[in-house]
Design a protein around this ligand. Structure first.
Ligand SMILES: Cc1cc2nc3c(=O)[nH]c(=O)nc-3n(C[C@H](O)[C@H](O)[C@H](O)COP(=O)(O)O)c2cc1C
Length: 223
């Protein structure tokens, strides 16, 4: 009897070891991400949405870097940009709203072209909220569907491509902000029609997202 118990035990132990080995071989344990050693992963680790800003102005150099990172030209010989765009249409424009007025970012010359001198920041946030106007800068991503004329008969496709392209730019903005200890959030639930009028946009243009950008309010930093 004792002999039989020992035999049964050995069979069951052997079987369990075999099963365990099977389980282990089916899964691959990934290496720990090196977020302290790889700057990009460290920045990604700090990316987040923030809806409170200090009223400290963003220095000119910082704004320049922010716009370049967002959708500037990173290959001057071809005019290609820091974010991808469907069929390289580059159909998203970045408008900058601040206390002094509204500007269009022109990437070829890397300049801001004045649209008008009204401060429209109180209209760039989610309706009923106040925080967008407290950020010194609001970046407004606008589709120019005239640059998508080849998709003229495919309205749904224009929307999908445009929102995808704007999303890439939005992520560039988030990552730049994380790298420079700036606060931002992408806002989709905005009053696009009202903004369209306030921004004096053409019929073929549509407002897709706005992103307030500012320094963290003291005590609300991700440092
Ligand atoms: C397409 C899109 C639209 C968004 N619209 C809004 C918005 O209207 N208002 C808002 O407060 N946050 C908005 N957000 C931010 C999300 O709420 C936020 O990304 C989410 O809560 C996750 O938080 P995290 O960005 O800190 O990871 C939007 C995000 C995306 C991707």
């Amino acid at each position: 009897m004792k002999k039989l118990i020992i035999i049964c035990l050995s069979i069951s132990i052997t079987f369990s070891v075999f099963l365990f080995a099977e389980e282990v071989s089916n899964s691959i344990e990934l290496l720990k991400p090196q977020i302290d050693e790889k700057p990009l992963l460290k920045i990604m680790n700090e990316r987040m949405s923030t809806r409170e800003y200090s009223n400290k102005e963003i220095p000119d150099q910082m704004l320049s870097n922010l716009l370049w990172a967002a959708f500037g030209i990173n290959r001057p010989e071809t005019g290609m940009r820091t974010a991808p765009s469907a069929i390289n249409a580059q159909e998203i424009d970045i408008y900058v709203a601040n206390a002094a007025g509204l500007y269009l970012y022109e990437p070829k010359k890397h300049v801001l072209e004045l649209i008008h001198n009204e401060d429209i920041r109180e209209h760039t946030g989610n309706p009923g909220t106040e925080y967008a106007k407290t950020a010194p800068v609001n970046l407004i991503l606008v589709l120019d569907s005239a640059k998508f004329s080849m998709f003229a008969d495919y309205e749904e496709m224009v929307k999908i491509m445009a929102f995808s392209d704007a999303g890439f730019i939005g992520q560039n903005i988030y990552l730049f902000c994380a790298s420079e200890k700036l606060a931002t959030v992408v806002l989709g639930a905005i009053d696009s029609e009202k903004l369209h009028k306030l921004m004096k946009l053409r019929d073929e243009q549509s407002v897709l997202f706005s992103l307030p950008v500012g320094y963290f309010k003291i005590g609300d930093s991700n440092e």
